[in-house]
Design a binder for this molecule. Structure first.
Ligand code: NAP
Ligand code: MG
Length: 402
């Protein structure tokens, strides 16, 4: 069989623990036999991040800017325990945070659905993708406990001009107060990422805030989305037959539950934090959730939504068999290869990405799956495969499809 030749490289970011093991298996079994893989490799494993003082993370993000598409393995975000475990020079920042800050992107999370795993919401027939704004609001707030009586004000002191004041509350007893902010530029980036992604995957975009109550703060979000939509996207959306739909957040929540799915739901930072956990759980499993970071300039980084599956890795190190689900990591690769193929006009690569996904889902539908899925699948005859056999079972089917 002739291997597919690539034109431009993908940025490949290796990672940690169990997902690093899966990464190697996926390349050996599902990619290298079929593609002359061209990647620019960055090792984001914690040891090498430490060795390079985390420079490697910054370089990988710069490389995504250069080549447009990256695929990332899950990585450890260090804490005090990891500092000891890996003898780190510093508690390095979350690689995802660093990459997101450099690309100024929005994260889209979508579940991978299979017939035998039913969402808890009966009428959800298609995946719901959540887009979470990743800047500001309560995640960058300032808070104060107010003890006793006194006046709290909002004060803006312009560099040149007159001071502006707004009374928040005249406290006659103890209480609490918080101040938060956002930036038009960040909201604009968020809006463009969402509109571009909707065009990309040909799905309606929903957005919701509480603009009736928050007449300046939330209303600014609503207005920015609306202005950008009308100026830059209205025609493109109509041509593609998709819709931009704005409503109040409480109305959106009710409508999402009653819907059949199949839309992108853009959320303010806090709404996205909360709703992404609800949607993921309602669809079945974190191990079946993909994640893609899209920058307003149109750079893409694909990964699994889950972490490095530490517990399984420690079992693996003890020589015990693991049954870790590689689906989300496989879909990170297929997503990146498809995007690379689309950008380079390489039909074969797009086709291969589709077949890889098809073979993966077929494997599960035929009853071969990892333990996490066996626990929630409604199929009668299930074979629980270990991490390696599951990937090999996908390979058998992939060979027949390509
Ligand atoms: P995790 O890796 O997502 O795993 C939590 C639990 O979820 C696992 O113990 C396992 O449950 C189940 N699970 C997750 N993915 C699975 C899969 N593919 N197959 C089967 N089961 C799966 O979260 P964590 O253990 O809390 O975090 C481990 C490390 O990952 C941390 O150092 C964290 O910093 C990092 N992390 C990285 C990313 C990222 O790079 N994007 C995201 C989140 C966390 P059972 O044990 O019950 O089998
Ligand atoms: Mg959350």
């Amino acid at each position: 069989m002739k291997k597919i030749k690539m034109i431009n490289p993908l940025v490949e970011m290796d990672g940690d623990e169990m997902t690093r093991i899966l990464w190697g298996m996926i390349k050996d079994e599902l990619l290298n036999p079929f593609i002359d893989l061209r990647t620019e490799y960055y090792d984001l494993g914690l040891e090498y991040r430490n060795e390079t003082n985390d420079k490697v993370t910054v370089e990988s993000a710069e490389a995504i800017k250069k080549y447009g598409v990256g695929v990332k393995c899950a990585t450890i975000t260090p804490n005090a325990d990891r500092m000891k475990e890996y003898d780190l020079k510093e508690i390095w920042k979350s690689p995802n945070g660093t990459i997101r800050a450099i690309l100024d992107g929005t994260v889209f999370r979508a579940p991978i659905t299979v017939d035998s795993i039913k969402p808890y919401v009966r009428n959800w027939e298609k995946p719901i993708t959540i887009a979470r704004h990743a800047y500001g609001d309560i995640y960058k707030d300032v808070e104060m406990k107010i003890e006793g009586k006194g006046k709290v004000e909002l004060v803006f002191t312009p560099e040149n001009g007159e001071e502006k004041r707004e009374l928040i509350h005249n406290f006659t007893e103890s209480g609490v107060v918080l101040g938060m902010h956002n930036l038009n530029k960040s909201i604009e980036s968020f809006a463009r990422s969402c509109f571009n992604f909707a065009l990309d995957i040909k799905q309606d975009l929903w957005f919701a805030t509480k603009d009736t109550i928050s007449k300046k703060y939330d209303h600014t979000f609503k207005d920015i989305f609306n202005d950008i939509y009308l100026a830059e996207y209205d025609e493109k959306f109509k041509k593609m037959g998709i819709e931009y739909f704005y409503t109040l957040i409480d109305d959106a929540v009710a409508r999402v539950i009653k819907s059949e799915g199949g839309m992108i739901w853009a959320c303010k930072n806090y709404d996205g934090d909360v709703m992404s956990d609800m949607v993921a759980t309602a669809f079945g499993s974190l191990a079946m959730m993909t994640s893609v970071l899209v920058s307003p300039e149109g750079n893409y980084e694909y990964e699994a939504a889950h972490g490095t599956v530490q517990r399984h890795y420690y079992n693996h190190l003890k020589g015990q068999e693991t049954s870790t689900n590689s689906i989300a990591t496989i879909f990170a690769w297929s997503g990146a290869l498809r995007k690379r193929g689309e950008l380079d006009n390489l039909k074969e690569l797009v086709n291969f990405a589709n077949k890889l996904e098809e073979a993966s889902l077929q494997t599960i539908n035929e009853g071969v799956m990892t333990k996490d899925l066996a626990l929630i699948s409604s199929l009668e005859n299930k074979i629980i495969a270990n991490s390696s056999d599951f990937i090999k079972a996908i390979r058998v089917r992939l060979e027949k499809l390509v």
